[in-house]
Design a protein around this ligand. Structure first.
Ligand code: ADP
Length: 354
């Protein structure tokens, strides 16, 4: 396949030795990034995401291996040539001083202007295009330090776009943003990749957003193992379950979601269908019940009515059926039953010992 703009061969990343051995974070990485592609880099804290991004952007040298940008060895680029091909958006809130949003985005033209930094009409047009691309033309005259985190992040992306790079590298672009703003920035990046044929690498902790929007995931584990592939390929191979196995999170392959790990000691047989069944199963699992299609089970839950106005019929351990009109009431009642049962068991054990 063609259109590769960034690649790495046998890349080892880490830190050279001060005394004794090098600190190798990951080794023998083979990486490819193509035009129009969004790569999400995921991994637990300390796995080496920032180290990898710093190495790929030339901020720190590899321990071994080669990196190619636009067909040329990364080591041979001058700072100015590199800035014409690659732009970086960092997580830290950089203090930019008293600048308007327009002036900040205009800084992205630095690699193209002379030493005076004066913008030509062509540069001005690109700055306006970059602001429009991130839907921030109306912010052009505002001072950057007065913008909200979400607006500011859009301006930082516009500055990176104004560089007209082949590759944009974004270190946790959604950190500090609330959920709607995170989704908005991810959708914006997705759209820019498609429309401007922009290649992007972004590190993130937003697992589900990454699963939904990345063309490729790069997964780095704490022991330096590296997995790479389309999100769906990695799900089918069971990679996500393996990686997050000891984090208290469980990846549910059927639903494509992460959830908290729960010890499910009891089984609930659920009868019903449609949306109501899906959300009833979620509520039961949240309460620590394993949902099964067929008996045996300690609880039997039947959904009555349709998904718009469901109600629930419940019986636990053969006790008389109860009816409920909300899942809150179902879960509350199940919890009460379990607590009573556990109290009985404790009491019985205490009596046996005595
Ligand atoms: P992440 O971005 O995934 O949280 P980092 O790339 O920041 O991880 O760090 C990966 C590992 O490299 C960590 O164990 C960290 O302590 C170590 N590390 C980071 N910077 C340095 C450094 N300058 N010298 C030596 N080790 C470092």
């Amino acid at each position: 396949m063609t259109n590769v703009v960034l690649s790495a061969e046998n890349l080892s990343i880490g830190y050279p030795a001060r005394r004794g051995q090098c600190r190798v974070i990951a080794k023998d990485l083979q990486l490819h990034l193509r035009r129009g592609e969004v790569v999400c880099l995921l991994g637990p804290n300390g796995a080496g995401k920032s180290t990898l991004l710093r190495t790929l952007t030339g901020m720190q040298p590899p321990l071994a291996g080669r990196i190619w940008l636009d067909g040329q060895d990364l080591r041979t680029f001058s700072a100015r040539e590199l800035a014409r091909r690659m732009s970086v958006v960092l997580t830290e809130r950089v203090e930019v001083g008293p600048l308007t949003a327009y002036a900040l985005v205009a800084l992205g033209r630095h690699p193209y202007t002379g030493w005076t930094g004066r913008l030509r009409p062509h540069d001005e047009a690109i700055v306006r295009w970059a602001l429009e691309a991130v839907h921030a033309a109306h912010l052009a005259r505002r001072m950057v330090h007065e913008l909200s985190d979400g607006e500011r992040q859009r301006i930082m992306v516009a500055r990176a776009l104004a560089q007209e790079p082949l590759v944009m590298v974004l270190d946790e672009p959604t950190a500090f943003l609330d959920l709607p703003r995170r989704v908005e920035i991810m959708q914006l990046l997705r759209r820019l990749a498609r429309e401007a044929r922009q290649a992007m690498i972004l590190s993130t902790h937003d697992l589900e957003l990454a699963l939904n929007m990345a063309d490729v995931l790069w997964l780095l584990t704490a022991d330096g193992t590296f997995y790479c592939g389309a999100p769906e390929d990695l799900v089918l191979k069971g990679v996500l379950e393996t990686i997050f196995a000891d984090t208290g999170m469980v990846f549910d392959r059927m639903r494509g979601q992460f959830r908290m790990h729960q010890t499910m000691r009891r089984r609930a047989n659920l009868t019903g269908d449609g949306l109501a069944k899906i959300w009833t199963a979620r509520a039961l699992e949240r309460a620590g019940w394993q949902v099964v299609e067929l008996p045996p089970a300690e609880a039997h839950v039947t959904i009555i009515g349709d998904s718009h106005q469901p109600s629930w019929e419940l019986s636990v351990n053969g006790a008389p059926k109860q009816q409920f009109t909300s899942l809150y009431a179902v879960v509350h009642w199940l919890r009460q039953q379990c607590q009573e049962e556990e109290q009985h068991e404790r009491h019985a054990r205490a009596t046996d010992c005595a």
